[in-house]
Design a protein around this ligand. Structure first.
Ligand SMILES: Nc1nc2c(ncn2[C@@H]2O[C@H](COP(=O)(O)OP(=O)(O)O)[C@@H](O)[C@H]2O)c(=O)[nH]1
Ligand SMILES: [Mg+2]
Length: 148
C-alpha cells in the first residue's frame, strides 16, 4: 500500500486529520514513534520541529507515495524551514487544519505553507466540522493512496 507521510508541528492537528480521513476499523501499526495506517503515516511533531530528526523524516519518506505538510490555521508562524518540501525525494502536498476555529486565518496559513511548499496542492480542512475531508481523500487517491 502506498502511504502518505504526514508531517507538521506539535499540536497542529495531524492525528485528528488522520482520524477524520481513515476508517476506525482499520489495523494500525505503531512503531516506536511512527504510526502506520493503511494510507497514511503519522509522525511526531518533534520530528518537524527538531532538525536532528530531519534525516529520519527523509528516510521514512522513501517508502511513501508523497509527503503531506500540515499547517495550523490558528498559528502565526511556519513550522517548516523555507523550501522544506523540496528536500524530499517524493512529491509534496499541503493541508491547512482547524479552519473552523474562531482564531483561524486560512489565508495567512496558506502564505506560511507556501514558503515551505512553493508548488503542490493545498487543501483547507477541519477535522471538527469535516470541511475539506472529502477533498483530502480525493487528493490521497490521486497518489494511489486510499484512506478508506
Ligand atoms: N478547532 C479545531 N481543533 C482541532 C482540529 N483538529 C485538531 N484540533 C485540536 O488541536 C489539538 C492537537 O490535535 P492533534 O491532532 O493531537 O495534533 P498533532 O499533535 O498534530 O497530532 C487537539 O486539542 C485537537 O482537539 C480542528 O479541526 N478544529
Ligand atoms: Mg499527533
Amino acid at each position: 500500500m502506498r502511504r502518505i507521510m504526514v508531517i507538521g508541528a506539535v499540536g497542529t492537528g495531524k492525528s485528528s486529520l488522520i482520524r477524520a480521513l481513515t476508517d476506525a476499523k482499520q489495523q494500525v501499526v505503531k512503531t516506536q514513534s511512527l504510526v502506520y495506517y493503511d494510507a497514511l503515516i503519522d509522525t511526531p511533531g518533534e520530528y518537524t520541529e527538531n532538525p536532528l530528526f530531519y534525516r529520519s523524516l527523509m528516510a521514512t519518506s522513501h517508502q511513501a507515495a508523497a509527503v503531506l505538510l500540515v499547517q495550523d490555521a490558528t498559528r502565526d508562524r511556519n513550522a517548516f524551514p523555507p523550501g522544506f518540501a523540496g528536500g524530499f525525494p517524493v512529491p509534496a502536498i499541503g493541508a491547512v487544519t482547524k479552519i473552523d476555529h474562531p482564531d483561524a486565518n486560512p489565508e495567512r496559513a496558506i502564505g506560511l505553507l507556501r514558503q515551505a511548499l512553493p508548488a503542490g496542492d493545498i487543501v483547507l480542512t477541519s477535522a471538527l466540522s469535516r470541511t475539506g475531508i472529502d477533498e483530502m481523500q480525493q487528493m490521497l487517491s490521486r497518489y494511489g493512496s486510499e484512506a478508506k
